[in-house]
Ligand binder design. Structure first.
Ligand code: AR6
Length: 231
């Protein structure tokens, strides 16, 4: 009941109408299906302070590029609140470009509770990581490491010790993790986005030429990683 998207061909300007539309389609279509689904947050737009207009353009551009490459799999952009500016911008831009709403939609909820809380089955989730690939910090990184338990940290360290901006690492989730048993998540893909926050490492000092390049690379790395799991 906390979901929202726009069906293809439906130019929806009204968020409340969109809420109703998506409520129906999630309740009807998603609860019992097993379509491979990637849930991802908007990288860099909270703690890393990246411009929301630019980020939303890049999300829609990259979704359009990859949606045809992943067969029947789905991509779902997630954020915590109904007031999310990034979800609203992306919904509007995706609708204008007639992006297929069966294959890409937005959901309001906690990315660590999409099955138990929202009735949405997602087998893969993405994390907006830090370069050390360590738990804590804040935002979605803290939430995912905390919900996954220590199994995620050790599985991550087996794959990579650190991450460069724009890169992603696919981590199979050990079946002992509560995210596996409770939510049905089999993989976490850590992604490091560009950073526009002077208090954080790899600060780009408002260089949006480089920032946009790195954010595009981050979404490409994520979607390539998801495609490699789905294949
Ligand atoms: N479920 C869904 N979306 C969430 C959740 C959640 N549980 N928590 C946050 N979001 P952020 P960044 C949304 O700050 O900007 C960390 O400390 C949030 O509203 O998590 O890439 C890391 O360690 C926003 O839309 O990531 C890094 O150092 C989006 O997730 C740094 O922050 C991303 O917000 C990364 O900063």
């Amino acid at each position: 009941t906390q979901n929202c998207s726009v069906p293809s061909g439906h130019a929806c300007e009204d968020v409340k109408d969109c809420d109703k539309v998506e409520m129906t389609s999630v309740a009807d279509g998603n609860a019992s299906d097993n379509i491979p689904t990637l849930a991802f947050p908007s990288f860099s737009t909270a703690d890393f302070q990246f411009n929301l207009e630019k980020a939303s353009d890049i999300i829609v551009e990259k979704v359009e590029e990859y949606i045809s490459k992943i067969g029947k799999a789905r991509l779902v952009l997630v954020d915590l609140s109904h007031g999310s500016k990034i979800l609203s911008l992306v919904r509007t831009k995706a609708a204008k470009k007639y992006v297929d709403s069966n294959k890409f939609f937005t959901v309001v909820g906690d990315i660590t509770r999409l099955h138990s809380g929202e009735g949405l089955n997602c087998n893969v989730i993405a994390n907006a990581a830090n370069w050390r690939l360590k738990p804590g910090g804040g935002g979605v990184n803290a939430a995912i490491f905390s919900a996954a338990g220590p199994a995620l940290e050790s599985a991550t360290m087996e794959r990579a010790g650190s991450l460069k901006p724009g890169k992603a690492v696919v981590v199979p989730l050990p079946p002992t993790s509560p995210l596996f048993t409770r939510e049905g998540i089999t993989h976490v893909i850590h992604v490091l986005g560009p950073n526009m926050n002077p208090q954080r490492p790899n600060f780009l000092n408002n260089d949006y030429v480089q920032g946009c390049k790195v954010l595009r690379e981050a979404y490409s790395s994520l979607f390539e990683g998801f495609a490699s799991i789905v294949r």
